[in-house]
Design a protein around this ligand. Structure first.
Ligand SMILES: NC(=O)c1ccc[n+]([C@@H]2O[C@H](COP(=O)([O-])OP(=O)(O)OC[C@H]3O[C@@H](n4cnc5c(N)ncnc54)[C@H](OP(=O)(O)O)[C@@H]3O)[C@@H](O)[C@H]2O)c1
Length: 373
């Protein structure tokens, strides 16, 4: 292996490691750091802690028995430069007496960092390498970059359809379009998101719990966010699983109704003058939420397509046929010209017996972030 291949392999290891805490570090990104010695043997590693602290670099440095051995540091995001809830990581990094090379996937666009750490490392005669895994690192923490640069969290949508693209029968019945293995995988996807966004309509039709039931992953549950402009769920809330389980999983409901005299135990009610997607996403940013997984019916999904705000699709396709009278995954988009239609690039394809999962990303939306780097 050449030195450059070796460096890339370590950076890839760090990117894989950083995935571990996705959905659990908001408002911070999930970052990984690896320290190696003169021969590039891995000495220690760290991933951003649950809730965003401690930072990956500090975890990796604290694990080291003899800091004199550290010559190379690999990190998936520029180390922080500012005093936040913790000391700046760059100060701790500069205490490594024999550090020679720092490999960084991307700079941090946050105005208090924004290449300041990179420049300081260079001033201290430490070699800084910005490597070619930049795009992978941006996709990994797209939510963090998105909140910084375009004032909305990253939006991913899970859709489960029949072979003919329907999400439910004409009466709204949809349990179960996909098979058990696909539904198990959805739990894994959920665990990587800060929150799951749904609508009052899907809650009434499906009475979902929207939690993570995998024993290994269930320690940290995503926040559940419900859009209910007219607060229709208020009439039924005692029978709904989402409210029954609110004591153990944070739940937020957005409405346009006056909530002044309403309290629902364990539910955070947020009144907006207009419950539109722009306002909701801006509010989610204020709450520190960076990664949203939408699990709703076709109406909300269509609104998201119309606004071109879907960054990633998890599209499960089963082997069942529902027919033209079923509920479509996407309603009218009034497309007149195929060349103007939205394009999603296939990133990954998985098979669960007769079900297929396509994971697709919206490169046009991604470019609104990558242009910055
Ligand atoms: N297969 C799957 O993956 C899947 C997943 C979830 C649900 N489902 C099925 O989907 C069906 C429900 O689908 P649906 O299309 O009728 O309902 P839906 O998309 O879940 O919800 C529709 C409601 O969302 C609100 N909404 C839509 N666009 C909005 C926007 N831009 N801003 C704010 N609010 C917006 C509206 O609420 P207001 O009426 O208050 O304006 C609308 O009535 C059910 O049968 C369910 O079983 C399937």
């Amino acid at each position: 292996m050449t030195a450059s291949e070796e460096n890339n392999a370590i950076i890839q290891k760090a990117l894989n490691l950083a995935k571990k805490n996705l959905g659990k570090t908001y408002p911070n990104p999930s970052v990984a750091c690896i320290l190696t010695n003169k021969k590039n043997k891995i000495l220690s590693s760290g991933v951003t802690g649950i809730g965003g602290r401690p930072h990956a670099e500090i975890i990796a440095i604290k694990k080291i028995k003899n800091i004199n051995e550290v010559e190379n540091l690999y990190v998936t995001l520029e180390p922080c430069f500012h005093h936040g809830m913790t000391e700046p990581c760059i100060n701790e990094i500069l205490k490594l007496p024999n550090l020679k090379n720092v490999f960084i996937c991307t700079k941090d666009p946050y105005h208090k960092v924004n290449e300041k750490s990179i420049n300081l490392l260079k001033e201290k005669n430490i070699n800084v390498f910005l490597n070619d895994k930049k795009n992978d690192a941006i996709i990994l923490n797209q939510g963090f970059f998105s909140t910084q640069l375009i004032n909305r969290p990253t939006i991913s949508v899970k859709i489960a359809t029949s072979l003919d693209g329907k999400i439910a029968c004409k009466n709204g019945q949809s349990k179960w379009i996909t098979n058990e293995k696909s539904r198990q995988f959805v739990q894994k996807i959920r665990s990587q998101y800060d929150c799951i966004l749904t609508t009052h309509k899907t809650i009434l039709c499906d009475n979902p719990t929207l939690n993570v039931r995998y024993p290994k992953l269930s320690k940290h549950q995503p926040i559940r966010i419900i859009i209910d402009r007219n607060f229709t769920l208020l009439k039924n809330f005692e029978n709904l699983n989402i409210f029954k389980t609110a004591h153990s999983q944070k739940t937020i409901l957005f409405t346009e109704k006056n909530i002044l005299n309403i309290t629902l135990e364990n539910i955070q009610l947020i009144q907006l003058a207009e419950c539109n997607l722009k306002e909701i996403f801006a509010k989610l940013c204020d709450l520190g939420i960076t990664r949203v997984l939408v699990e709703s019916g076709g109406q909300l999904i269509t609104s998201l397509f119309r606004e071109r705000s879907i960054d990633k699709l998890y599209w499960f396709q089963s082997n069942k046929i529902i027919g033209n009278d079923g509920i479509p995954a996407i309603r009218d988009l009034c497309a007149d010209n195929i060349n103007d239609s939205e394009i999603f690039r296939l990133m990954d394809l998985k098979r669960f017996d007769d079900d297929i999962l396509k994971i697709l990303i919206n490169e046009e939306n991604l470019s609104k972030i990558t242009y910055y780097f």
